[in-house]
Design a protein around this ligand. Structure first.
Ligand code: SF4
Length: 313
């Protein structure tokens, strides 16, 4: 008897505590103050989340110049450079800060190392919003590396006073290789007090590595600009499972499912559960996946309190 076609849904998946906090904060602000509520850049990197907030009166802007003087504006979960705070104050804006506390931790470390005169190396993607914000905390010209070759090319003022920080949403494996190379080049390099790659990124990657050997195909729900979703695709591929990122169920390409008995399904930290369930329904209705199984995984209990400005009262 042939085995039923199976969807193996990963746990944990989808929204992390930082994204829950950021989205809840904008929703609370819309209820408490009424629209419009301005948001600098995407509050989290997911088109479905953004559209839903736009429908309720949030206005997303690429820069502060588009926010009328005195209006309320959110800073996103990815954090901003200190210059943004200065600009917002100069324009009399009422800032509500939805920066994830785990991103703030990296900003604080950057300030501390800079104060102590270390040459900093940032491991991450230069154009990601999180790194753009972090670069505002450190001297101009601070290097951002994402490959071993870039580590080999580094030139620092004093090799005995080098420290590194990392973006919160990287691949653990790639980052470990880069850190190893940094240690070879600068044996005294200082590491962050605690790992910067956040718990949510780690848990989603660990869960995926565990089930990848059972999956003929892995689908990752997440937007194109979601760093942690892109890393999940790489993690699956490195573990030997063909993997694709999809925005939603409509993005599934039928040919991917040819001969596939088990699909592993996960979602990046900014992808809502509703999109995961739509993919499950589409796999069942369009491709005959009849057995749905939730993989054993880590229970997450991390919660962040909302920014004070949006708390009721
Ligand atoms: S992925 Fe991690 S660092 Fe980024 S918002 Fe979520 S909890 Fe915060």
């Amino acid at each position: 008897m042939s085995r039923p076609k199976t969807i193996l849904i990963l746990k944990p998946r989808g929204f992390c505590a930082g994204v829950v906090r950021a989205v809840d904060a904008v929703e609370s602000a819309l209820r408490k103050f009424g629209p419009p509520i301005y948001v600098l850049k995407e509050i989290v990197h997911n088109r479905t989340v953004i559209s839903s907030l736009e429908e309720r009166g949030a206005i997303f802007v690429p820069d502060l110049q588009r926010v009328p003087p005195g209006a309320r504006v959110f800073f996103s979960a990815h954090g901003v450079a200190p210059q943004m705070w200065t600009e917002a104050r100069a324009r009399g804006l009422q800032v509500i800060d939805a920066t994830c506390p785990l991103v703030n931790k990296v900003h604080n470390e950057a300030q501390e190392y800079t104060r102590q005169g270390y040459s900093l190396v940032i491991i991450g993607h230069r154009h990601h919003d999180e790194i753009v914000g972090l670069l505002g905390e450190v001297p101009a010209g601070t290097p951002v590396v994402e490959t071993l070759d870039q580590v080999d090319e580094l030139e620092v003022e004093d090799p005995a006073r080098v420290a590194y920080l990392t973006q919160t949403t990287l691949s653990l494996d790639e980052t470990s290789a880069i850190i190893q190379r940094l240690r070879e080049r600068f044996p005294l390099v200082k590491a962050p007090k605690a790992q910067d790659i956040c718990y949510a990124t780690q848990n989603r990657q660990t869960a995926l590595k565990r089930i990848a050997p059972r999956a003929d195909l892995v689908l990752v729900v997440g937007s194109e600009n979601s760093s942690n979703s892109l890393r999940l695709v790489e993690v699956a591929a490195n573990a030997g499972a063909p993997a694709y990122r999809i925005d939603d169920a409509d993005a599934i390409v039928p040919a991917w499912l040819d001969g596939v008995g088990t699909v592993g399904l996960t979602a990046g930290a900014s992808a809502p559960e509703s999109l995961v369930q739509e993919v499950v329904a589409a796999l069942a209705a369009r491709f005959g996946f009849e057995h749905i199984e939730e993989a054993e995984g880590i229970d997450e209990h991390v919660r962040f309190i909302l920014p004070e400005a949006v708390l009721a009262g």
